[in-house]
Write a protein of this length. Structure first.
Length: 475
């Protein structure tokens, strides 16, 4: 049965290759799915106060609204990559898009905070299916290296567009139609994406020998969930409470189990994340720095969204617009960063990116406790510098990760980076939300949280200077 499937996939891809307009339409359909997934990581932040006013919940509840999505998204990315290989990227993308559409529709009608968090978790599961499967379809459709590079560049540029659109779109929709509309907007986007993909995507050859690493997947989910629960619930229950201590103990044990089971030999039933990859210092540092970037970015979006609306009294719309200095550079600067990386390698852009991130976060930490015009200007400047830092750091980390990974394991390597980034987002919101909860005032808590962000990004800067591009192998 494998031969006819392979022949059909090849015939479909060849037919598509002869029709550039169909390829462009397909790329639009795949990019819409990716845009939707990334939009949901940022669009909800400015709606948090409105959600709390409507269906209740304290600060920890708001953290779970954000992390319910990123937790499942981060934990399942590598497994969804394996499922994409096993069942074919086209099939997994279509199923994942329909699931995202349905989950978005159900989220609109969430009657309470618990239901909303559960629906956000389901959205994360569906979103995790779309990322690796869309890359598989692109790889099958665009067979020439130059075409594939351009297609992946256009697809990756959606990252910046989604980040730029998220806070503003969330503010507009929340103020005009209510917070539920930020999830309703996914329905037409998902429908357009799935219809285009069904019409134009070629079949991708399933690899039935590719298995799912259940021990690794289960231990990874338990470790991340235990850590997140422990940090968030410590705000209400205290660090010494039995549930918090049990959750943190679960995280430690599950993390140790993950490291043990991922040491198995490679193969169809082997580990989803071969630890041998981390013998390359550039790869290890790139993955760690990916975690630190999203720790800072997602944590900052969470902290500043609450700061703008609670300490500054801005509406959701104005709070979204206040993020424009941060988000606009991420929409256009990656094009220049890509050229810089191609010309000089990932080291210089990575160092520059983390330097700007550290300075931007430091300026914000110094400015949020004031209320005058000077402090307002400094906040805008800090966000602008931070945004340029994001636009330099992330593309350079992608290139550093791929270039330090063996060709036959590039998919696993890029999946590791994406998983680390989303894990950083989960931990960032959990840790910085805990810092806000412990503070006496909104402005003071924001300042402390931003100091933590600055310290984390300074660590990333030191690591970039010391290790990125050195190509050293660990013993």
């Amino acid at each position: 049965m494998a031969a006819p499937t392979t022949q059909a996939a090849n015939a479909s891809a060849e037919a598509l290759a002869e029709n550039p307009s169909r390829r462009r339409l397909l790329l639009i359909g795949l990019s819409l799915g990716y845009f939707m997934v990334l939009l949901d990581t940022s669009v909800v932040n400015v709606a948090l106060p409105a959600i709390r006013s409507d269906i209740g919940g304290g600060l920890s509840g708001l953290q779970w609204v954000v992390n319910g999505y990123t937790l499942t998204f981060a934990a399942l990315l590598l497994t969804m990559g394996a499922l994409s290989d096993r069942f074919g990227g086209r099939r997994v993308f279509i199923v994942g898009t329909w699931a995202f559409l349905l989950a978005s529709l159900l989220t609109v009608f969430s009657p309470n905070l618990g239901a909303l968090i559960a629906m956000r978790a389901l959205l994360g599961v569906a979103g995790a299916a779309l990322l690796p499967s869309s890359m598989a379809v692109i790889a099958t459709t665009f067979t020439e290296p130059a075409q594939r590079a351009r297609a992946l560049g256009s697809w990756a540029a959606i990252t910046g567009a989604a980040l730029a659109a998220g806070p503003v779109l969330g503010g507009v929709l929340t103020d005009t139609l209510g917070w539920r509309s930020i999830f309703a907007i996914n329905v037409p986007v998902a429908l357009a994406s799935v219809l285009i993909t069904r019409a134009f995507a070629p079949e991708t050859t399933p690899n039935t020998s590719r298995g799912v690493d259940l021990p690794g997947q289960i231990s990874a989910v338990l470790a991340l969930a235990g850590l997140t629960f422990g940090v968030i619930q410590s705000e209400n229950l205290g660090w010494g409470s039995a549930p918090v201590l049990a959750a943190l103990a679960l995280a430690v044990v599950a993390g140790a189990v993950f490291l043990v089971v991922e040491r198995r030999p490679a193969g169809p039933r082997g580990p989803m994340l071969p630890l041998v990859l981390f013998r390359n210092t550039t790869f290890s540092v790139s993955v760690l720095n990916g975690l630190l970037v999203n720790f800072g970015l997602s944590g900052l979006l969470f902290v500043m969204s609450l700061y703008f609306q609670q300490a500054r009294g801005l509406s959701a719309l104005l709070a979204g617009c206040a993020f424009l200095p941060l988000t606009l550079p991420t929409a256009f600067n990656p094009i220049y960063t890509g050229r810089l990386v191609a010309r000089s390698g990932p080291r210089k852009p990575s160092v520059l990116g983390f330097a700007l991130l550290t300075v931007g976060a430091g300026v914000l930490a110094a400015a949020v406790t004031g209320t005058g015009a000077v402090h307002t200007v400094l906040i805008g400047l800090g966000l602008l510098v931070f945004g340029f830092g994001v636009s330099f750091a992330i593309p350079s980390l992608v290139v550093a990760t791929v270039s330090s990974t063996p060709k036959e394991q590039v998919g696993i390597g890029s999946g590791a980076l994406n998983s680390a980034r989303q894990t950083g987002a989960v931990v960032g919101v959990a840790v910085l939300g805990s810092v806000l909860h412990a503070a006496e005032g909104s402005a003071g808590g924001s300042r402390t949280a931003l100091i933590v962000v600055t310290a984390a990004l300074l660590l990333g800067l030191v690591l970039s200077v010391s290790f990125i591009g050195r190509n050293r192998q660990a013993a």
